[in-house]
Design a protein around this ligand. Structure first.
Ligand SMILES: C=CC1=C(C)c2cc3[nH]c(cc4nc(cc5[nH]c(cc1n2)c(C)c5CCC(=O)O)C(CCC(=O)O)=C4C)c(C)c3C=C
Ligand SMILES: [Fe+2]
Length: 444
């Protein structure tokens, strides 16, 4: 026990120890000797930890690490980190069930290390210097940065390629398709770009540091080579939702607080009711969820020319405090019946086409989702306009929730300033157990 603590203590400084191996300082040497001594006292275990150090990894999680294993995948109710790298992958044609399972196993092993702030595989030093290192190295020394990796399965894995002649069931999953996993319909005003939509698999990498999230996707893409390829990805730089009451509400690129009325981690009853798939779902999906991603371009230059009154009318909340226009503070309930006299008649304080009215559960049969989106800026278009917007992500027990809310946003005043340009829907299987792999129950 003492020896385990000792090796864990040493491993806390794994990044330091690794670099110190190349240029051993007194402190580095002492750390290694300490680990070595502990290894001798322990026998195999401590020795393995030292061997792991020498191989460029550490076995103890970094203090900023979020556990990978659990009943649900991390990265849903985890307090939203500030950085995103979202990636969609397509299985290479000709690959089948065996390749898919092998890929999910390999991604699991890599993810278990990455979220602990460890290098993948044998790290940045290969066993043979003539070979490329297993890990690309740019996150070495950065720690875990609260990295979460959330894996999703696209509908095509179950249904086969569109237009392919029956029986096209390359992954043997046709009979496992959940009833709720219907494709998203097209919505009014959609201007979707196929090169930024869909995918057989998705990985949502969130972290405190963009380099950690980018490193994770890059290394998962390398591991996938020959089985799946990266089809598109999106960087996000500022969370646009809180997923815990402990977090302050952030702002989107329209400058409004976003994520106020979200389903929060502390609200376990709402999570059970609205976010986690339950008895209605096949067993492998229970405890999972559905992820909808929408890349929504925001015409921020025209928004910036709208008056404050107009901006607040469109959203239905005040810009500074985020309180409902019917009165009260940020977390007070909006009163959609509240009205003010206007000539001979009355005018609702929250416009009939304000975003929060149309998106509110009262307007959608009680439907609720957990929003976890990010701001993005992809550069500019050469006409003085930023390619900027919201990479909207929501988790819900049934994709129908998103469909319902998005349909009710048809008359939304916001639509004049936004365009949906990318879209995807993935089934997010339940969490991974130690020794298991992503979506294991689907293949049993
Ligand atoms: C289909 C779902 C939604 C899309 C797409 C969407 C896009 C979108 N939203 C904002 C800004 C805000 N949204 C706010 C609230 C809000 N939005 C949705 C759903 C979608 N938004 C919901 C369910 C809610 C909560 C409604 C409620 O229960 O009151 C707010 C207000 C603050 C908040 O509660 O988060 C803002 C601001 C933008 C800019 C946008 C597309 C670019
Ligand atoms: Fe919204």
């Amino acid at each position: 026990m003492m020896a385990v603590e000792q090796s864990a203590e040493n491993e806390k400084e794994a990044g330091e120890v690794d670099s110190e191996l190349l240029r051993p300082s007194r402190r580095g040497l002492f750390g290694l000797l300490g680990a070595g001594a502990a290894g001798l006292a322990l026998g195999g275990g401590g020795g393995a930890a030292l061997a792991s150090h020498l191989a460029g990894g550490s076995e103890a999680p970094d203090s900023g690490s979020v556990p990978f294993h659990g009943a649900h995948q991390a990265g849903i109710v985890t307090p939203a980190q500030d950085r995103l790298h979202f990636a969609a992958f397509d299985m290479v044609s000709g690959s089948g069930r065996e390749e898919l399972i092998a890929l999910l196993r390999d991604w699991t092993s890599a993810a278990e290390r990455l979220v602990r702030g460890q290098e993948v595989g044998t790290g940045i030093e290969p066993s043979n210097a003539l070979l490329p290192p297993d890990d690309t190295g740019e996150a070495t020394g950065l720690g875990a940065g609260h990295l979460t990796l959330t894996f999703g399965l696209g509908r095509r894995l179950f249904t086969g390629r569109e237009g392919a002649s029956d029986p096209d069931d390359p992954f043997g999953l046709r009979s496992r398709l959940p009833r709720a996993f219907e494709p998203l319909p097209s919505f009014a005003f959609d201007l979707l770009d196929a090169t930024q939509s869909g995918g057989d698999l998705c990985v949502q990498a969130c972290a405190d540091d963009p380099q950690i999230a980018v490193h994770a996707i890059r290394n998962l893409a390398r591991i996938a080579v020959g089985r799946a390829h990266l089809s598109w990805s999106q960087l996000g730089f500022g969370r646009t939702a809180s997923t815990s009451r402990r977090q302050d509400t952030p702002r989107n690129l329209f400058g409004f607080k976003d994520g106020t009325a979200n389903v929060m981690a502390e609200d376990t009853a709402s999570l059970e009711q609205h976010i986690w798939a339950g008895a209605e779902a096949p067993e492998w999906m229970r405890g999972g969820s559905y992820l909808v991603a929408r890349k929504i371009q925001m015409t921020i230059e025209s928004w910036d020319r709208a008056s404050l009154d107009e901006q607040e009318r469109i959203i239905g909340r005040t810009k500074r405090e985020g309180g409902p226009l019917s009165g009260g503070a940020e977390f007070d309930q909006p009163d959609f019946e509240a009205a003010v006299p206007a000539g001979d008649t009355e005018e609702p304080m929250i416009d009939v086409a304000a975003h929060v009215r149309l998106a509110h559960p009262d307007h959608n049969g009680g439907a609720r989702m957990l929003r976890r989106g990010y701001n993005y800026v992809d550069g500019s278009n050469g006409l003085g306009q930023l390619g900027a917007g919201l990479f909207f992500i929501s988790f819900q027990r049934d994709p129908e929730t998103f469909v319902r809310v998005q349909r009710s946003l048809k008359p939304d005043l916001l639509n004049e300033y936004i365009r949906h340009i990318g879209s995807g829907l993935w089934a997010i299987p339940a969490g991974v157990q130690p020794g298991g792999f992503i979506a294991q129950a689907l293949f049993e």
